[in-house]
Structures are given as C-alpha cells and as structure tokens.
Design a protein around this ligand. Sequence first.
Ligand code: KG4
Ligand code: ZN
Length: 331
Amino acid sequence: MLIFGIESSCDETACAVVEDGRRVISSAVSSQIKDHRLYGGVVPEIASRLHVEAVCSVAEKAFSDAGMSVNDVDAVAVTYAPGLIGALLAGLGFAKGLAYSADKPLVPVHHLKGHIAALYLNNPELRPPFVALVASGGHSHVVHVKDYCEFEVLGRAVDDAAGEAFDKVARTLGLPYPGGVEVARLALTGDENKYKLPEPHTGGRYDMSFSGLKTAVINIVNQAGMKGEELDGPSLAASFQKRAVGMLAHRLADCSRELKLPAALCGGVAVNASLRDLAGQLCQKQGTELFLPLPEYCGDNAAMIAAAGYYELKNGARAPLSQNAFAAAEM
Ligand code: KG4
Ligand code: ZN
C-alpha cells in the first residue's frame, strides 16, 4: 500500500511516498531555517506563508522522485496537530484538495506519532510494544507504544521541552537558530564537568524538567558578563548537554527496564550523538534493546507521517473534508 505524506507543522514543508509504512520511495523536504534565522526563531506568520508558497513544488518533487502521480497512491496522510496553527492549516488545506480531487482517503496524523513511526523506516524488526522517548522542539514525552495506533504517555517535560532548552541555551551563547545542533557542535571541544549545573528533579516517575537547567546556564552567562569574566562557551555547552542528555536517556532507560520492553529514541533531538551514546550505554548495561531512527528522519519530514498514516489507515482512521488543525492535541 502506498501512502503520500504531508508535513507542515513547524518550519519544514515536506512530502513523501512510503510503501507499507516501512519503505521510503521518495522524501522531499524544504526547510525554512534560513528565513527564520534572522529573527532567532520561527516566526509563525512567515512559516505559514512559506508553506503556502512551497507545498505544491515539494509535492511535485516527491511524486516525480517516486515516478508516480497522486493516482498511484492509496491515501493522503497529513499532520493535523500539534504545531503552529497557520503552518498546519497550510499543509492540511493542500492535503484536502489533493485527496478530494483524486478521490483518495485523507488520513489525519498526530505529529508525535509520526516521529515514532520514523523508527519503522530503518528498523524492519521493530514492532510494538516498546517505549519511545520523543524529544523534539515542542515536546519531550516518554511513550508506551502498545500497538501501532495505541499509545500511552507515561512521562513528559513539565516545563520546557528538551529541544526548546537547547535552542534557548544556544541563543544565550550567541549561536544561530536552530540551536540544538550548534550547542552539540560547540560542546565537542568543551569540558562537560567544568560548570556545576543543577540536576533537575520532578515529581512524576518519568517526567522531565529543563527550565531550571536552562535558567542556570543563562545566569552563568549573565554573571560572567556583569563581572567582566571570560566565559568558556564550549565547556558551558558541554556541561548543559551532559545534564539534558542525562535526564532524557535515564528516563528512557528506566522506563524500558521497568516495563521490560525495548527502548527507542526519536524526534529532532534524537540526532544528538551524546544522547544516542548514553542511551546506548544504559540500555546495553541493563540488557534492553535500543532502536534509533536514521538521522535524516529524526527532524521533521513527511516519510514519518506517511509511515504513521499507513498504520492509521489500516486501523480505520479517516479525516472528513471538514478536518481542522489543532495547535495542541494529546497523542
Ligand atoms: O522534531 P523537530 O525537528 O521539530 C519539532 O517537532 O519540534 O525537533 C527540532 C528540535 C529543535 O529544538 C532542535 O534544536 C533540536 O531538535 N535538535 C537538536 C539537535 N538537532 C536538532 N537538539 C540537540 N542536539 C542536536 N544535535
Ligand atoms: Zn517534529
């Protein structure tokens, strides 16, 4: 079964063709990063307009790379939530028109379920149940994936999401948007034990908190500025990354051990090499398997939406042509 996926929840316009939820036939992504960099973050109004401009040509590219037209696919899957509302509406409106004109079913996909489905694209042996850490710019969830379309969120970031904390620390250190990858790069040459940063505590067993950690970094930068002291940027980035990655990897490993299920990482932050390393070490030590997505399917893309859409379609999910988009929605 062939699914055409469309993703536009933040600053990537993406379309893809995926077979049976597992095999990527084509995947086209147009990033708006350079347009938002000037402002230090995503400007929602600009994002919506750029999606409207890009979506037709990105769809054409995905179809032509696949050597197909809309008549060859079985359904159109689209991200309907969560994300920037105008950005979501741009992709959803296009998806409705495409599905309606070709008389194909329209399948609504939750963005975070899409991130989880990215794992199926390169791990043919991965099947639910497993536990997934979804770490993106807007969410950090520990999810019990009970079946392809059955999820239970067991823990979440109670304040800032992990990616958001990376982005804010990057901005404080004077690094460009999006900051996660820049912080990780700067950290490579730093001493991760130089700055003593707080170890965040939360009430829930698998909950996470990144706001206090982020504030501690901001305070160190501000105090160094006021005292005229030189700041060791690489070591501050490394010390922050050590704490943030530690929290993420331990929550995932603990959950995997306690539920006696394989572990998996996904979402934009899952490209982070220290997170992959630490999660790998913890899982190996406790004897649980760890699944990772390919780096190109960690950040936002439409192959993951088409993969999730395949399982949702088989499960009977259909979006009416009156389908709305939602900035926030539970999984
Ligand atoms: O999943 P994603 O592409 O978009 C959302 O759904 O939010 O995640 C984007 C987030 C951003 O906050 C970005 O800074 C972060 O992923 N990120 C990273 C790295 N690369 C991207 N965080 C840490 N280390 C990285 N190497
Ligand atoms: Zn995402």
